[in-house]
Design a protein. Structure first.
Length: 140
């Protein structure tokens, strides 16, 4: 078998893993946007930087452990299950930030809606930090 044929032999699995990763990403983006009270897409369309920063950080916070799950998984099912774990952890991160701020008398949704960029950066930073810890936890 030629080298080219050997390389091409792995293409179906490549596309399967990539397709599932993109499906998980799109599903995360839709669910995250629907579950947050400030509706990122409508705010981003209006030029709200805080919403864009927070949403982008949350996406990265999900994709980093998704990458780790993909590169360390022993099977497709293993990858999907760890991808779901990353999904849940990232959603829990948002709601934890929201709860912590609510206890101190702040409304995260209001800050994001009013384009307070410091809160967008806070959400992004915590989301990415948790995503990195999540990814490291998956590197058994």
């Amino acid at each position: 078998m030629s080298r080219l044929a050997l390389y091409l032999q792995g293409l179906p699995l490549f596309f399967l893993y990539l397709g599932i990763a993109v499906l998980l990403l799109v599903t995360f983006m839709i669910c995250y946007s629907k579950l947050t009270p400030h509706h990122e897409w409508s705010l981003i369309r209006k030029g709200n930087t805080a919403a864009s920063i927070a949403y982008g950080g949350s996406i990265l916070g999900f994709v980093i452990p998704l990458y780790s799950a993909m590169s360390h998984s022993v099977s497709l099912l293993d990858f999907v299950l760890w991808g779901v774990v990353a999904f849940i952890v990232q959603l829990a991160t948002f709601f934890t930030i929201k709860l912590v701020l609510r206890r101190s008398g702040e409304s995260l949704a209001q800050h994001i809606t009013e384009d307070h960029q410091a809160f967008g950066i806070l959400v992004a930073s915590v989301s990415i930090a948790v995503g990195l810890l999540n990814a490291a936890s998956m590197s058994w």
